[in-house]
Design a protein around this ligand. Sequence first.
Ligand SMILES: NC(=O)c1ccc[n+]([C@@H]2O[C@H](COP(=O)([O-])OP(=O)(O)OC[C@H]3O[C@@H](n4cnc5c(N)ncnc54)[C@H](O)[C@@H]3O)[C@@H](O)[C@H]2O)c1
Length: 288
Amino acid sequence: MYNLLKGKKGIILGALDSKSIAWKVAERAHEEGAIFVLSNAPVALRLGTIAELAEKTGSEIIAADATSIMDLEDLVDGAMKILGGKIDFVLHSIGMSVNVRRGNHYTHQDYNFTKTGFDVSALSFHRLMSVLYQRDAMNEWGSVVALSYMAAQRVFPDYNDMADNKAYLESVARSFGYFFGRDKKVRVNTISQSPTPTTAGNGVKGFDGFIAYAEKMSPLGNATALECADYTISLFSDLTKKVTLQNLFHDGGFSNMGVSTAIMEDFMKDFQPEAKEIVEETKDKDKK
Ligand SMILES: NC(=O)c1ccc[n+]([C@@H]2O[C@H](COP(=O)([O-])OP(=O)(O)OC[C@H]3O[C@@H](n4cnc5c(N)ncnc54)[C@H](O)[C@@H]3O)[C@@H](O)[C@H]2O)c1
């Protein structure tokens, strides 16, 4: 351990169980010398195992539904009281789509579900930063990080309305990050993480295929939750003070790949004769 967060105070939102990315961030932040408050929705506190994490890291828990401004105000006020001053780092690790949960196709959504998913997964990031900003709760050179996924830029059909939520989330990091940087010297970034086997991840249709495909496509393989936590710690540390308004891919190189030899080999195994036909047809099209 490097004492990268020695003396720093934080709020970590979204640790549900030991698979959660936020859980790993909390463990790593504790190892690096930080003190912090944990938060999750009241229902998650009942269903998850966050109390275990609190005990392990010597942290207190404050329940907050990220769709409630009052809950977030109480969270930020409570955290400053418990930690004895302003905050140095905040992790937003929250996501949920009711359409995904209910199996609604992207082309046929229930828009009330869409609104709820947007409120929880995307608007909550703006709301959280608004509370931190209004209350002047962040120390100078503090750092705010939210977690995103590449479906914000590229099409992943089964990621459903979460793709739109992540696009908004990343946009908010830039737009709010401007004001936070200019006025309070606080940086704001999103980390675009590889598919990771957590409760939220496993909820996405065809997730096993997703994860295996990304593994074979990425030159370094998928990034794990713990590796994501390490990267997050670097963004909370003083080693990255001028990194802001960025969407940072943490995906083993997946985002810049076209195709890998491993994927091509798999594809061609079953596809050889048909591939030849397609090549011939393509040549014919040029002749026409
Ligand atoms: N797992 C993946 O493949 C993957 C990949 C890229 C990005 N992400 C993102 O990482 C973040 C963390 O997800 P995870 O994979 O660790 O899964 P997770 O299920 O462990 O965490 C999601 C968290 O959101 C919380 N949450 C849901 N509704 C809430 C509400 N109303 N108020 C407060 N909290 C609420 C849940 O209680 C849970 O703790 C999410 O933003 C997710 O989209 C995940």
